[in-house]
Each structure stands twice: as structure tokens, then as C-alpha cells.
Design a protein around this ligand. Sequence first.
Ligand code: SAM
Length: 280
Amino acid sequence: MTFNSEFIGLIYLDSYDWLSVRTGFPMAYYDKIAEKWHKVTGHAGGSFKKHVLNERILAKLPSLQGLNVLELGAGNGYFLPLVIRRFSGQMAARIVVTDVSEKMLEKAQKYFFIPDAEYLRLDVRSVFPFDNDSFDMILSTMVYNEVSTAGMKRSLDQCHRVLRNSGRFIVTVTHPAFIANVLKRGILKKENSGILTLPTTTGLRLPLFVRSHAEYDKLLSSHGFEFNCEDVFPTKAVLRDKPGLVKAGNVPIAVIYDCQKSAVVQQEHCVRSLSRSEPR
Ligand SMILES: C[S@@+](CC[C@H](N)C(=O)[O-])C[C@H]1O[C@@H](n2cnc3c(N)ncnc32)[C@H](O)[C@@H]1O
């Protein structure tokens, strides 16, 4: 019997667990590449984020004043300081920066430290240590494309639980059209563990779970989210920095899902809470 990564995902394992099993250490994949990741992506997350993606995500954020903000898979933590700068003069009530990789969290605290923020090692596939309805904004950039479908489902349940009814959940993933393109060009590699990895122009290989646009849509909507999507294409400046991307042709690199709890689910929740609080 051969185990593929999705099967392993079903029993709550994916790339990170495989590495732990193989190395004998409870080590996340990014623990091994944290140093290089920070070196090549730096203060803006790399060329694509610097020239396009950061601004597109920032443009979707409503404000910061008094909000409780959670970032999942924050990496070296470069993004939230950009948010704070964008809303200069506003004060969040609570900021929680998380990642499954201890080493990435160390980078975040060393290079992008936010006074009063909480830094927490958190696997998005686990039960979040937060109360229901705790956050007004949850950010997750380029994380779910590295998480198995079983893991993503558990994570979406948790995000739905901890997000307030009025909250926003901004999810960005590698665009399925871009993944389809690299699949066609045969440049994904199946590691011995069964995990697929995507080569980057910086020499790093990143874990990847292949998922179609329709699958992402369905995962989000079946977990109680409604959303708007935006495709993000590379600009000329990105192609100048990363000429290898020209080979992909005119395909978007990322898709941003701007999610809210769906009104129907909110109504059901409201009816449930009402009936619970009614005297017997
Ligand atoms: C491609 S990097 C993106 C980092 C950051 N969000 C950014 O945009 O620069 C993916 C990040 O997700 C984290 N990650 C991957 N799987 C995770 C999981 N199961 N739980 C939490 N974080 C995870 C990795 O450790 C890594 O920091």
C-alpha cells in the first residue's frame, strides 16, 4: 500500500509531520529554511508581495482601531508592521502573531517585533487556544496551499469559531491556475515523503497541496464563509525581478479570498443562541 500526502492528511499528518517522523524531531519544515527564507524574502515578503500582493491585501483591510487581529502562518512576520503603518495613529486592541515554525516566530520577534503583540506557536490544523468570537480580523497569506485538505477543514472550523460575526478573514493562496501551469511544465517534485514541492526562483522548494479554484471555493463556503475573490497577476517589476515567471505566461500568481461569515450561518447561530437562552 502506498501512502500519498492526502491520505496521510486524513489521519492528521502532512508535510510537517512527515519531516518530524523522518528526522525524529518535532520540527516544522520552515524551521530548516527559516534563515534562508528571511534572507530572500526580507522586509516585504519578496518581489511579488513587495510590488503587488501586499498592497492588494492592505487595500482590503477596513481599519485597525480597537480590533483584535490574528495572523496565521505569519512567517517572518513582515506583514503586520505594514498594516500598523497603513493605519498609523490607530491602535489594535489585540494582535496575535502565529506560525507552526518556532524558528519563523523567532525571526518575527527579532526583525518585526510588535510591542504588546502576542507571539504563539500554532498549527493551523489544531484547536485554536482562543474563545469563540475573539477576533475581528484573521489573516492567512500563502499558508493553506501548504496544508492538506483534512487540515484545512479543521482550520476553517476554528477560524469560523473564533471570528466575530462582523469579522473579516483574508485568505491568500497560490493561484490554482499558476499551479496548473507549473504542473503542466513538470517542475513540481515529489519528495520521498510523498509531498509535492514547488521550486522558487530563490532556490527554496516549498511544500504544496494541489487544489482547484472550485475546491477552495467549496471548502470556504461549506465552512460557513461567503467571499469575494481577486486574482493577482505579476507586474512588469515582478517579472523583471523574477524573469523565470515569464515562462508561466499570463497567469495569476495568487488569489485573495476576502471572507466573512455567511449571513445564513449567522442567522442560524442567532436562532440557536436565542432558543438556548429562552426560559424552559
Ligand atoms: C509561504 S510561507 C508564508 C509566510 C507569510 N505568511 C508570508 O506571506 O510571507 C508559509 C508559512 O506558513 C507556515 N505554515 C505552514 N503550515 C502551517 C501550519 N500547519 N500551521 C501554521 N503555520 C503553517 C510556515 O511555517 C510558513 O511560515
